[in-house]
Design a protein around this ligand. Structure first.
Ligand code: NOJ
Length: 562
């Protein structure tokens, strides 16, 4: 693979990168089907003003890097004014930029430079709740008869001062907080400082839909919709059914029957979609579903809700197991919907740490990349995944700053570990900032950083670049169907992607042993395959057998079957 890889990088890769926009322009598919999305956490990407926290000018300075990597759209986690109680997911003004990240003028400049790099901007729309410092909530809590009282969920407590019902906050404790001034409880599915909006109030609905219009007018290409499962609650406030056992916060376990996934949520999604369609925009949903049947509902009965409800089902796979990953791929493929693949995000331990075995971590990172970037569907990367960034979980409770980490300690150490600064070089603080970074940089920045990996032919970064260039130009990977191969193999996931006379075979060895894989293709066809991208130096094809090294990747173009 080494010589092929070198040739690929030196000759083919630059050519493929030039051809990529052309290949996409010729397709009739909506842009978001071919796009590779990249989530970045603005606090942690690049700090331009030396305050230890990332910002929009920092992001702007890295657009060239993202373009060269092969990214088509960036989803920026919330960058709006916020008291930062939940690091931006507590918004106090939806139509401005937090001064910590810059200004609206900085946003416009970033957006226009992103245009020049063919990178679209997706913003994170937190629509379930606001910050308790949002003027709407300040007004709402000021008096029972205030003009915005009904913009939030206020209720009397039960006799004896108990909360209105047994609902538990995702961050621990009751989902109701008593407000001394007006002597009622307000409802918050999440943190105390994140009161839920009352979506049954038409004024709320209008104000929030107008927020999306504001940003479309500024050129954004869509939204990632935060917590779309929880917009509505049962108006009668029935208690949720309690299950045996307790949560890591010590609260009783329960089924969120009356405050999660209510059918009314879908009305809002349809409204948002109508506006998105007027702007050729995409809606990505934070849709925590237990299976694909639930996920399917978010596309809408008439494909009129979310184009990209996030399928987090890969994140629930607890080990590097071919049958387990294959089952998840099969379920979304069989649903008839357009798949969305996510390996890591700002709420979950990075895939590098989840699946790494401590010995083959980089090979495993490449293997996972080869899987979710060659499947039929839209991938959403997480910043740093392309350089093999690992989690850096706090070692002591006093080091935790995530409000989710504190009540769940030590069973769940919170989300700080997956939100650490991007590792740009081996300079101090990984060249993310000249000040003390808001979260400590993992020790791995010495070996895993952009500057060094650029120079190493076999780095995770260079593998991602080759893979993304291939994905953007190969007709079968762009448009092809998905045909599973050898569905019972215990170690190898393999599939064909086929379009317009092109057939690509992807074979991934998820085991730590070398395997002789028999894909049940015509031997002649396999033997004449042209490797496009592989990671195994011991790879060979003969007599219908593909030899694959531990955790290795084979992507090859098959000649037409005879
Ligand atoms: C989901 C976001 O991804 C998470 O980070 C946040 O804490 C909750 N929504 C509350 O907004």
């Amino acid at each position: 693979m080494q010589s092929l890889s070198t040739a690929f990088r030196q000759c083919l890769l630059p050519l493929l990168c030039l051809l990529a926009p052309l290949a996409q322009a010729q397709s009739s598919a909506p842009w978001w089907k071919h796009a590779v999305f990249y989530e970045l956490y603005p606090r942690s990407f690049a700090d331009s003003n030396g305050d230890g926290v990332g910002d929009l000018n920092g992001i702007r300075s890295k657009l060239g890097y993202l373009h060269d990597l092969g990214i088509d759209a960036i989803w920026i986690s919330p960058c709006f004014p916020s008291p930062q109680k939940d690091f931006g997911y507590d918004v106090s003004n939806y139509v401005d930029i937090d001064p910590m990240y810059g200004t609206l003028a900085d946003f416009d400049r970033m957006r226009s430079e992103a245009d020049a790099q063919h990178i679209r901007i997706i913003l994170d729309f937190v629509l379930n709740h606001t910050s308790d410092q949002h003027p709407w909530f300040l007004n709402s809590r000021s008096a029972r008869d205030s003009s915005k009282r009904d913009w939030y969920i206020w209720r009397d407590g039960k006799a004896g001062g108990a909360p209105p019902n047994n609902w538990i906050s995702d961050f621990g404790g009751s989902a109701w907080t008593f407000d001394e001034k007006t002597r009622q409880f307000y409802y918050h599915y999440f943190e105390i400082a994140q009161p839920d909006l009352n979506w049954r109030n038409p004024e709320v609905r209008k104000a929030m839909l107008d927020v999306t219009r504001f940003w479309y007018a500024r050129g954004v290409a869509g939204f990632r919709l935060d917590a779309v499962d929880t917009l509505y609650e049962d108006p009668a406030l029935h208690d949720n059914p309690v299950k045996p056992g307790s949560q890591t916060t010590g609260d009783p376990d329960m089924t969120n029957l009356y405050n999660d996934k209510l059918p009314e949520n879908h009305e809002v999604l349809r409204d948002l979609r109508t506006i998105a369609d007027q702007h050729n925009a995409v809606l990505i949903g934070e849709t925590w579903t237990t299976d694909v049947a639930e996920l399917k509902e978010y596309y809408g009965a008439h494909d009129d809700e979310l184009q990209l409800p996030m399928d987090f089902l890969f994140m629930t796979v607890d080990s590097l197991s071919a049958p387990k990953f294959r089952a998840q791929i099969a379920s979304i493929e069989n649903s008839g919907e357009w798949p969305v693949f996510v390996m890591s995000n700002h709420d979950r331990t990075r895939a590098y740490s989840r699946y790494g075995d401590g010995v083959h971590n980089d090979d495993i990172a490449k293997l996972l990349a080869a899987m979710y970037l060659t499947l039929r569907g839209t991938p959403i990367m997480y910043y740093g995944e392309e350089i093999g960034m690992e989690n850096n979980d706090p070692k002591r409770k006093e080091d935790v700053i995530d409000p989710f980490g504190l009540p769940n300690w030590p069973e769940n150490k919170g989300r700080d570990g997956e939100r650490t600064p991007m590792q740009w070089s081996e300079a101090p603080n990984a060249d993310f900032t000249t000040a003390k970074p808001w979260l400590p940089v993992p020790a791995s920045y010495k070996s895993h950083n952009v500057a060094d990996e650029r120079k190493q032919p076999n780095s995770v970064l260079n593998f991602y670049k080759q893979l993304l260039a291939l994905r953007h130009t190969n007709p079968a990977l762009l448009e092809g169907d998905y045909v599973p191969v050898a569905e019972n193999d215990p170690n190898v996931i393999a599939y064909l992607r086929r379009a317009g006379g092109h057939t690509v075979l992807v074979a991934l060895n998820l085991s730590n042993a070398a395997v002789e894989f028999r894909p049940q293709l015509e031997p002649l066809q396999l033997n004449s395959a042209v490797p496009l991208l592989t990671t195994s130096s011991k790879r060979s094809t003969s007599a219908g057998v593909l030899a694959l090294g531990p955790y290795s990747v084979y992507i090859g173009e098959l000649p037409p079957a005879q």
